[in-house]
Design a binder for this molecule. Sequence first.
Ligand code: ATP
Length: 596
Amino acid sequence: MRPVGSKYLLEEPLGRGATGTVWRARQRETAGAEAAVAGQPGETVAIKVLKEELAQDADIVMRFLRERSVLLRLTHPNIVRTRDLVVEGDLLALVMDLVDGPDLHKYIRQNGPFSPVAAALLTAQIADALAASHADGVVHRDLKPANVLLDESNGQMKPMLTDFGIARLADSPGLTRTHEFVGTPAYVAPESAEGRPQTSAVDIYGAGILLYELVTGRPPFAGGTALEVLHRHLSEEPQRPPAVPEALWIVIEHCLRKEPDERPSAESLARGLRVVAAGIRVHSSPDEVEAALGVAALLAPDPSPAPVPGAPVAPGSAATAQAAAYDPDAYDPNAMTSVLPPVGGADATTVLPATAAAGAPGGAPDPTSVMPPVQQPDAPHPWQSQMRAARDRNEQTQMHYLDPAEDPLRRRPQRPAPQMPPPPQQPPRQQPPRQQHHQAPPPQQYQPQQQYQPQPPPQQYAPQPPQHYQPQQYQQPPQQPQYRQPQPPPQQQQPQPPPVRQQPQQPPREPRPPREPRRRSANPVRIPGLGCLKGCLVLILLLFVGGWLVWELTPLQSWIGTGKGWWDQVWSWGSDAVDFVTSIGDSAGGSSGSGS
Ligand SMILES: Nc1ncnc2c1ncn2[C@@H]1O[C@H](COP(=O)(O)OP(=O)(O)OP(=O)(O)O)[C@@H](O)[C@H]1O
């Protein structure tokens, strides 16, 4: 079991999605005032741990924190409640209510399609959730069966919409750099596929696709590559399958209009679906049947769709005025966030930039009252302070980079360098700045096309020559080639952004002089022991054995005509030698004696 912050323990994974893994988890202690739901120790919750690559991206972390108040305040019987948001080191997690039941995608795979009545009633509840969030200015943008959980806890199936706010992360380059397709092609509205202005109508389109899938078991535009599916959304008119009653088809067809301005509001959709459900039952009254067939009258185009913050809005559309209130030129997520009422108590208020509180002191959100936050030019961004505060609050298992030179597992014994003339001076190496995720870059401008158009990968992830990623700690003396980096050729040194965090400057180490080349041995053949007494004895032994072999195995004996064995011959040679030495001694003694 893994702790998340100080308050939660991850127990087992429930599922994995494009943006992270959802875990069943347990509350260790009551959460602080910054959480929307304090919870009780021992309580079971669901925690979505965002993918590491997202959590390591300062831009996404900031985005996530900005979404905090959006996520925490969304409460509706058909919306999975977000209880808390955890930032711990490189971990980013959403704490949610645990829903006891499968998601709609799994349910359809296991049980097949719903009856038209059940599908209409289920989608009506999802439309209720959408109506509430749209009224709050929040567009889901990733509506699909996998994001609808079926709460079966009370003996009946209640659809619960989840993953609000996660789609906003998709706007960040953090996802597009992974070359994954952000969003699910089968559920993407034509305007999103084209990068056209988006409003809450994208959720209505998603609801239409979902309703179609609930009744038929598959979405209308599926199969083939993602591009083919997107193309079908743009160009193909869906055909009514035999399983879909006519009244229900009228609703689906209105939701799937290519032009977003022709789609109904979520509220109208919910009402229309209930009317249809009443008129397509087995025992419907003639009036109910007639009302169902006349449902088109209830599905008038939404006069004021909620704009997606940051998305360009079609000129002249009803959403233009609202969107203009957010920012006429570019999307400033802070402006959006600053209008949101604080959630969760006193601490939550500090989440918001100070200027935001003045602009929107709680209460119902009103997009027209958005006050852009006033920022001091050199002051840290309010969300940077918030990010730091969140990290500090949750910091438990911080990971630290360990200099390999200081790593006791990697460090080599250092011998004193021999006294050598200094090597020729190397030019100082250019140290590339290392992107630190603890400090965030300024918020990026929202690009609506970013989600579906290939983007050049952002600089911090761009493939670089290896020397651009060599941190200073990897500088090692020349005799440790495994840590050496190749000298960058001058033309490869590209201009780099200034480093966001200064590393403490380490005094430059003296490069070690290259080792003196090893002298060749004077004994290239390397006879063992040669040059010492042992060597002499070994040599004598070798000569003795060699002589024996030559004596015994060659016709040398017969040539000399001794007929003796090796030992006898050696003995007689030895005796001869002794006699010779003795005779010399005697003759020397005799001559000296005669002389005297
Ligand atoms: N609050 C929750 N309670 C219980 N189970 C949950 C909860 N949230 C998600 N799950 C389960 O976890 C699984 C993964 O959820 P996730 O939202 O990551 O999946 P996804 O919607 O397919 O992914 P994505 O939308 O990121 O592509 C789902 O199958 C869902 O059943």
